[in-house]
Design a protein around this ligand. Sequence first.
Ligand SMILES: [Zn+2]
Length: 457
Amino acid sequence: MRRPIAVTLLIVAGLVSGNVTTDRLQAQTGTVLYENARLIPGDGSPAIERSALLVEGGRIARVGRAGALAAPANCVRVDLAGKTLMPALIATHVHPGFQRGLTYVAANYTRDTVMADLSRALYFGVSTVQSMGIEPGEVLFQIRDDQRAGRAAGARLLVAGRGIGAPNAGPGGATYAGMAYEITTEAEARRSVAELAARKVDVVKIWVDDRNARAPKLSAPLYRAVIDEAHQRGLRVIAHVFYHTDAVDLVDAGIDAFAHLVRDVEMDDALVAAIVRKGVVVMGNLTTPMRPTHAGLPPWLTSGDPMMALLAASVPAPVIERMQAYFARRDPRQVEGARQRYGILQRSLAKLNRAGAKIVLGADTGLEDHVFGFAEHLELQAMVEAGLSPSQGIVAATSRGAEFLRLADTGSLTAGKRADFLVLDANPLDDITNTRRIARVFINGGAIDRQAIAARK
Ligand SMILES: [Zn+2]
């Protein structure tokens, strides 16, 4: 057996100038044949048990069976027998920049904090993240520009800008005060969208929620104006939603995606059918409501667990200790209530999946102690526990996410795509938590220097 070759790639990690981390990521320029691994394409087609993956100049040139794939005689060959390859994960709902160590405040929102989140995402095998509103200032726009110009690394960042809600009924939490547009007229709705369009946001985020009766919701005439204005400008609108009745009207109004499932009741058949018929994309966003369903420390936060190994390597110890401390002294009545509410979400997601709805992985990553990368792997597990097959979960977390984000160049291990993939030590089709057994992460054909990322935790 040939020894795996340390491919000469390509991250010059940790170039720090002033307080700006500028990891430089270059595409792999050579030609490499990865042989003998199990390969999960990520588009729903069956795994190839002894595969061959030919990467040229950072792109996938060909995929097939080991020994049956035409490859240039002079290419580098890497034997990956016993490993599993799958596309890198795509996270469609994140909020970078707020947590630094144990603090979670608006003042943390700097380039350094955001880049630390994006680097941690890469460490966990997440290639791409869609920020979902509450993005103050210029930071995310600058990072997106720099990434496109090859001047910054980290997971590829897409932005939504500030997002739009009714006064005091946008993003929950004092940390986010004043960050979203707060609109009360249709003219303001259209002006907000025009401003976001001028910034070339990737999506428009709206909040339709009364925040537990704290404030009047964004009204139907206003969100309809947002959707109309956005569509005229070629932008999609994604709704934070809570109530079933709002979801029904949002689908009718032409909403493109839901950033959450409805949380008051299980989705009824008519709503599910409308979502499927109109091609509305849905995120399960299960992991934050799943947390309080645990009466004690869950497996992924115990030592020896693969998730815990990833956390221990890349997240400061006090944060992990606080994540664990949450599960001490849980009130059984609160646990029971949380399980009832969570069951609603699980049943809705299962229903959507059976009906053939377009489900993507979105986990509200970046909320306090819901750290980048960790949240995605946990969400994938939660989606499978709710009823998706491991293969369906992987599709949602890879090719479907890329399609939703309009990224034609990534998301599956098929010819022509960027070579963005994970090398796993175990098969996630057997057990979805095996996505955490990460041996290596490749982006654009280049191996990510995960140890360098971990060293900066
Ligand atoms: Zn969110």
